[in-house]
Design a protein around this ligand. Structure first.
Ligand code: FMN
Length: 212
């Protein structure tokens, strides 16, 4: 009987720790404040900008991730960002696929808001290197926020996304990281996984990681 009780309490402790661990793994992550000055001089970063497709499967530091995200779409003055957007539509949301979970970046608090559990990096693109990139950023445009004629919205969203992507290229060069922007994404599959309504469209994904 004593032995049985011992086994039962052992199982209870195990279940409790698994539950606690799951809960802790699913928390939001507060990133450190981004380093918004310094880095590589701009012309040096432009000289180094290039696409990389060979990554070591290792996480970025929170500081590196914070810097990259700020460069991509952070605020650099009241209500305005590091990138321009047509008629100031600011229609993008950036999803961050990491080796642990999937998050939505809340740029006003610099928090990674927990979205889905687990390593889903491979879902963001069929190319083999994608699963090894430290993070895969997925750029989602909210078409309801884009101003102007309906017929122009695809172009507007694509151009606005280009600025985000180029900032990530330059920040990656400054951080000594590798990156590749990717149009080769199974958007139907990924949108279904992300449960995006029709007016929210995946424009591009971008892998950022430590180069082999
Ligand atoms: C709009 C766009 C979409 C791209 N899509 C992919 C892609 O799906 N997969 C990939 O490996 N590279 C992709 N690239 C990266 C290009 O292949 C790369 O920029 C090009 O070969 C030039 O190399 P560089 O960036 O090193 O100058 C894309 C680039 C752009 C601008």
């Amino acid at each position: 009987m004593k032995k049985l009780l011992g086994i039962k309490s052992g199982i209870a402790v195990l279940m409790l720790s698994v539950m606690t661990c799951t809960a802790c793994a699913q928390q939001n992550i507060q990133l450190p404040a981004p380093q918004t000055n310094g880095g590589l001089p701009l012309y040096d970063a432009m000289s180094k900008r290039q696409t990389s497709r060979e990554f070591v499967n290792k996480d970025l530091s929170p500081q590196q991730l914070s810097n990259i995200l700020w460069a991509s779409y952070g605020f650099n003055r009241e209500g305005k960002r590091t990138v321009p957007s047509s008629q100031n539509s600011q229609e993008y949301t950036i999803y961050v696929f990491t080796s642990k979970n999937v998050y939505v970046w809340d740029e006003s608090t610099n928090t990674l808001e927990f979205f889905r559990a687990g390593d889903q990096r491979a879902l963001t693109g069929p190319q083999d290197f994608v699963k090894n990139a430290s993070v895969n950023l997925v750029y989602v445009a909210n078409y309801n926020k884009i101003k102007g004629a309906e017929a122009d919205k695809d172009v507007t969203a694509a151009v606005n996304c280009g600025f985000i992507s180029q900032n990530v290229y330059l920040a990656a060069a400054s951080e000594g990281l590798g990156t590749v922007v990717r149009g080769y994404v199974d958007k139907e599959k990924l949108s279904a996984y992300m449960q995006l309504p029709e007016f929210k469209k995946i424009m591009y994904a971008q892998s950022v990681g430590i180069v082999k």
